[in-house]
Design a protein around this ligand. Sequence first.
Ligand code: SF4
Length: 214
Amino acid sequence: MARESQASKRSRLAEIRVRLHNAYPDAKVGLDYTTPFELLIATILSAQCTDERVNMVTPSLFRKYTTPGDYCSVPVEELEADIHSTGFYRNKARNIQGCCQRLIDHYNGEVPMSMEDLVTLPGVGRKTANCVLSNCFDVPGITVDTHVTRIMNLLNIVSTTDAVKIEFALMKLLPEQHWNQMNHLVITHGRRTCIARRPICSACVISDLCPSSR
Ligand code: SF4
């Protein structure tokens, strides 16, 4: 099969975005939060865990811990118990305390507003940084999670599972004003229609644009 040109991918992706936007006008970030700091913590907790599960844990967590100092003032075992049900709790508790300590030491206790600074925080990679930047500070970015990785490969927009390569490939194919929204649209599509292992292709609004349609 001939390799699809960038121009063709660009126009296919533009049409995909429009259709997903029409199908899911309510698409938004799935994690509950009220401040950048809360979203940072929630996103760290969401690794290998569903947003629904994180949203069950964060109301009491955010009541108990309101500042980076609060997270650092308890024994790590206590924080582990508080986030236990999100899985990988030992790693996450260590990362949260390390992240909070760095916020205190280097950023006056505030969440920094740049990718460069965010990725220096323990437990924070480009995915988490993009999530915080795009949702809290309106900085254009494409958050690449498992849904985006899976669906962009099914659509043959990319053929790699490397999240950073996918992020940069999508940045070349999509106008910047659509970067932040694209992530919410694709994640919603992945939850409601293009479900892992059982995609509902017969009800998919982009099936004619998808080479993996069954
Ligand atoms: S056609 Fe099927 S595989 Fe392709 S995006 Fe839609 S649900 Fe997913």
